[in-house]
Design a protein around this ligand. Structure first.
Ligand SMILES: [Zn+2]
Length: 543
């Protein structure tokens, strides 16, 4: 049996692809002090983690109002200019990249770390598949690497144990705050698999496909191992200017906003601008049909493929589209308005239940299929669609807007995204019974497996999912019950507002939680004791 087994959450909610490859020793999630761009060696420092364990929680200063605006910061950002070309005969995505960035740490950089996840599909096991399963991947070709400060072509090396880790030694160190442009050409193979990266049934999911700068932390370059059971990506907010050439009959949905299109023979080039996002991805198919609409300033599109009974496929898409728009309304009010002009929902044949990317979510076709809309199963499918769409759209806040190290502190995005399923459900279906499903908790025990461990510290994918997704949702709902909706949503809104477009860690969240809720709330502390490890208990914040 394929190791990518489908695992239906006990809530009847989300299917996740489970795999078992845990080989890389993770680095710490702690963030280094950040430097801002500078043309001199003088460094201005800011930090996403200024409130640390050493400080006694300060008095709260009020919550941002419901539905508050999350404004893009005016500071200088990283910028990827990419000219991309999709070859649907060879199944490759190639391009030229000019990447403008600066050293945002306080350390000199004598080398750069890029992540090239596409290359993992050369060896099925590296991409989370059983040995013997064909993934048709290959190592990405990277050529003509240049540093704008010199004329030499730079060489690169790959880590043997993790081919997604690419090192580029610099001829001249990049000082804190100093800028440079890294240019390179690449050709990446798109595997023929029904995965978050791959082509299946003529639907291309082109994600995590180009070499992207890794995140630099106080422990150096973060390059945790890849796993398919959840998100494992970690990058910096950037702007993207993209020219994407595809076959002229392909319907493309992507991160960012389309700004133009030109057609030449059998191909077309789409211009796209994406502002303040952590990655750029697109999905495309000449079979895509679209359902679309607006929520406030955001255009929402759902792409689907027609099969034997087109009216059913359209109904599925309409259900997903409504769930996406309702999610924007509910989460915008609770956590701060969705700040982007586009949200794309792709209904595609993928092995996981869903996957989140900036401005774009992929939802499993198998998961939202209504089958016969007149059948008794229609309601079950609709509930599934509500659940998986709200979860993935919830990630737009918890991963997209507030970034975090998904591998080392996965609860910061997965537990919160699972909690958004509940937030959505309570708001959209107020008359429904919102009792939590049975979880893996042993209610009789004083403490359970901590939900705030690294992915690599759980001894199985099942235990990781049980802790981070199920128990994580469970404890956040219970915190909500203890503090009340007004206060708990207010604290989360403060967290989102404060760390929007930055990378946060769990100390940032708990620091705010204790500021607002106090360190002496026995009911809350009992929950934190039961579900979290010692690193975030109230006493840590009172030293
Ligand atoms: Zn998730």
């Amino acid at each position: 049996m394929n190791k990518k087994i489908l695992c239906i959450l006990l809530s009847g909610a989300i299917l996740l692809s489970l795999a078992a490859c845990k080989t890389t020793t993770p680095t710490s999630a702690s963030e280094s002090t950040k430097a801002t761009a500078s043309s001199s060696t003088e460094v201005t420092t800011t930090s996403a983690t200024t409130e640390t364990a050493e400080t006694t929680p300060a008095e709260p200063t009020g919550y941002p109002e419901k539905g508050c605006k999350l404004e893009f910061p005016s500071c200088e950002r990283y910028h990827y200019k990419m000219d991309l070309s999709l070859d649907t005969k060879e199944n490759t995505i190639s391009g030229h990249v000019d990447f403008d960035f600066f050293n945002d740490s306080v350390d000199d950089w004598d080398k750069l770390c890029l992540r090239d996840y596409s290359s993992l599909f050369k060896n099925p096991e590296d991409a989370g598949y059983d040995k013997g399963i064909k993934t048709n991947g290959s190592l990405t070709e990277i050529k003509n690497i240049k540093d704008s400060r010199g004329s030499n072509v730079l060489e690169y090396t790959r880590e043997e144990k993790d081919v997604s880790v690419v090192w580029i030694p610099l001829n001249t160190k990049l000082a804190p705050g100093e800028k440079m442009t890294l240019s390179y050409d690449f050709v990446a193979k798109i595997p023929t698999v029904a995965d978050r990266y791959g082509v299946s049934e003529e639907v291309y999911n082109v994600t995590n496909f180009y070499p992207i700068l890794a995140e630099y932390t106080s422990d150096g370059w973060s390059h945790i191992g890849y796993y398919s059971c959840g998100e494992c990506f970690y990058s910096e907010i950037s702007d993207y200017d993209v020219n994407l050439t595809v076959p002229s009959d392909m319907v493309v949905l992507s991160t960012g906003v389309e700004t133009g299109e030109t057609t030449s023979g059998s191909s077309k080039t789409i211009s796209i601008f994406a502002e303040c996002v952590r990655d750029f991805v697109f999905s495309g198919s000449d079979r895509f049909k679209i359902v679309e609409g607006d929520y406030k300033n955001t255009h929402v599109r759902t792409a689907y493929v027609e099969e034997e009974k087109p009216e059913y496929d359209k109904l599925e898409a309409e259900i997903a589209q409504k769930a996406a728009i309702d999610s924007l309304a509910v989460f915008g009010s609770a956590f701060g308005e969705y700040p982007y002009k586009d949200l794309e929902v792709i209904i595609a044949p993928i092995s996981a239940g869903g996957m989140e990317y900036p401005n774009l979510v992929i939802i499993s076709k198998a998961f939202v299929g209504t089958g016969d809309p007149d059948s008794s199963r229609k309601e079950i499918y609709r509930l599934n669609a509500d659940n998986v769409v709200s979860h993935e759209v919830g990630h737009q806040w918890f991963m997209g807007i507030v970034g975090s190290n998904s591998g080392l502190q996965p609860w910061l995005d997965e537990s919160f995204a699972s909690f958004t399923e509940y937030v959505y459900d309570v708001a959209v279906y107020p008359d429904r019974d919102h009792r939590l499903p049975v979880t893996m908790n042993d209610e009789g025990s004083n403490r359970i497996v901590s939900i705030n461990k690294s992915y690599f510290d759980y001894d199985s994918d099942f235990n990781y999912v049980a802790a981070v997704y199920w128990d994580g949702k469970d404890v956040l709902v219970k915190m909500h019950d203890v503090l009340g909706e007004e206060e708990f949503y207010g604290i989360i809104r403060k967290y989102v507002h404060k760390y929007a477009f930055k990378n946060a860690d769990q100390m940032d969240f708990f620091s705010l939680l204790y500021q607002y809720a106090g360190t002496d709330n026995k009911e809350l502390n009992d929950l934190i004791y039961k579900y979290f490890d010692d690193s975030v208990q109230p006493n840590v914040f009172l030293k």
